[in-house]
Design a protein around this ligand. Structure first.
Ligand code: FAD
Ligand code: NAD
Length: 405
């Protein structure tokens, strides 16, 4: 029998870390490893709100895959996965198909618009380098047009953010850093700018520690953000959004030149559409991170659903859990190939830090609450730690945030 074929689909946090760790866990003769990804680069989704606001260039968030993986050990294929044929153990790509003995699904997330009318067509989502770049360009275009276009309206400068979860709040933090610079660049009076966040629940950052969430809310309000709480986006139109306050029958219209939807995410549609057993669109993995209906298939990151214990809420989809799952999956693939018993996945939650622009943040790290500059520094440490884990000191020096060079 030939070497087992391991195929990893998706080069996000889960897929990249699985690939890199596999090349350390296995020898060259142990398995053939193939990684498939839509683009020839890996991007840091956790930095995309910065690229979307234009506070960093999108190239800072991405790196060529061939510069991170060992291409002598891993066959990288740039292509788009269409479906998984689990009966015949092969993945169907736009331009061909690849057979596998073991598959790791790391296809990540898609924006969840919950079927809200007009959102797909009229709102942006922070989902990829392509979408982040489009948001930055769009906002800049609105500012550039304002003093040129005779039909330009003040509301063209209004930015509506849908949702005040972590993505929405982090994006607002970048916007309040960026907008004053855009005003200066395009000779626009800052008083004309409105940044409005619409959140369905009565709270900013609903699942977060209250004192930290209030710190974030106060900071952003101090920089000019208006929060419309207990208010749902009901429709997006070419000219803005229609919202409804809880308890009211009326729809209110907010005119805006830019609408960015950060109201939620869901798993890639591909596992469910390929016939995998799913729960909320995700593969509810076994203790060792395999699909319940196929023990040759692992799932990592946002496509995987893990419950801390029966009856509890599942872990939220984060890069942090994707990275930890990837480490377990790489070890479990080695165990299977060596005929050993697999390991249980145990999540070690280290905390959450949310940036509020370059110099502000909030967070809890190992149960310690942080705000302001220490939190902002911690966020950069977390970002840099990932780079170190993925590509060693070289990658950290090339891409890191702590300006080590
Ligand atoms: P992803 O990162 O989504 O990567 C999936 C990969 O698969 C991508 O490379 C994509 O191009 C590729 N792909 C998708 N479909 C196909 C296809 N059909 N064919 C081929 N390739 C495909 N989490 C944290 O822990 N900390 C944070 O600070 C944090 N900040 C965030 C900020 C923002 C703005 C957002 C949106 C999310 C943030 N998250 C954060 C959540 C985190 O980014 C996700 O949980 C994480 O990206 C999931 O990793 P993943 O490997 O499952 O998938
Ligand atoms: P989310 O689901 O956490 O938040 C979405 C928010 O939108 C919620 O507050 C919800 O009430 C609101 N909402 C939904 N529908 C609405 C509507 N019609 N009108 C108004 N508001 C509406 O989504 P997210 O913020 O994109 O986060 C996704 C995942 O990524 C989470 O697991 C999160 O933990 C993770 N994340 C982590 C970080 C970090 O650790 N710094 C940053 C960003 C995202």
């Amino acid at each position: 029998m030939g070497k087992p074929k391991i195929l990893i689909i998706g080069a996000g946090y889960g897929g990249m870390m699985t690939t890199v760790r596999l090349t350390k866990e296995l020898g060259a003769d142990d398995a053939d490893i193939t990684l498939v990804n839509k683009h020839n680069y890996h991007y840091q989704t956790t930095w995309l709100h910065e690229a979307a606001a234009g506070t960093i260039h999108h190239d800072r968030t991405r790196m060529l895959i061939k510069n991170v993986i060992n291409t002598n050990r891993v066959n990288f294929v740039q292509d788009s996965v269409q479906s998984i044929d689990k009966e015949n153990k092969k993945v169907i790509l736009k331009n061909g198909e690849i057979p596998y003995d073991y598959l790791v699904i790391g296809l990540g997330f898609e924006s969840n618009t919950f079927g809200i009318k007009g959102l797909e067509e009229n709102a942006f989502a922070i989902r990829s380098v392509n979408t982040a770049r489009k948001i930055r360009e769009h906002i800049e275009y609105k500012f550039a047009s304002y003093n040129n276009d005779p039909d330009a309206k003040e509301s063209d400068l209004t930015i509506v953010v849908g949702g005040a979860g972590l993505s929405g709040v982090e994006f607002l933090g970048e916007l309040v850093d960026r907008i004053p610079k855009l005003c200066k660049e395009y000779d626009i009076d800052p008083a004309k700018i409105k940044i409005i966040d619409v959140e369905g629940t009565p709270l900013v950052l609903p699942p977060f520690e209250r004192d930290l969430a209030e710190y974030a809310q106060k900071y952003l309000e101090g920089k000019g953000v208006e929060f419309k709480l207990s208010t749902f986006i009901k429709e997006a139109t070419p000219g803005g959004v229609k919202v409804q306050k809880q308890g009211s029958e009326q729809l209110e219209e907010i005119e805006a030149g830019t609408v960015v939807w950060t109201g939620g995410v869901k798993a890639s549609h591909i596992p469910a559409d390929s016939g995998f057993e799913t729960n909320r669109g995700k593969i509810q993995v076994t203790d060792d991170l395999r699909a319940p209906d196929d023990d040759h298939v692992f799932a990592v990151g946002d496509v995987a659903l893990v419950f801390p214990a029966e009856g509890e809420r599942p872990y939220p989809p984060t890069a942090q859990i994707a990275i930890q799952q990837a480490e377990t999956v790489a070890r479990n693939l080695k165990h299977l190939i060596k005929g050993e018993a697999t390991e249980k996945f145990v999540y070690k939650a280290k905390g959450t830090v949310a940036s509020l622009g370059e110099k502000e943040a909030i967070g809890i790290v190992f149960d310690k609450k942080l705000t302001g500059k220490p939190a902002a520094a911690m966020k950069k440490v977390i970002d840099d730690r990932y780079l170190l884990m993925l590509g060693g000191v070289g990658l950290l020096l090339r891409k890191g945030k702590l300006n080590l060079l």
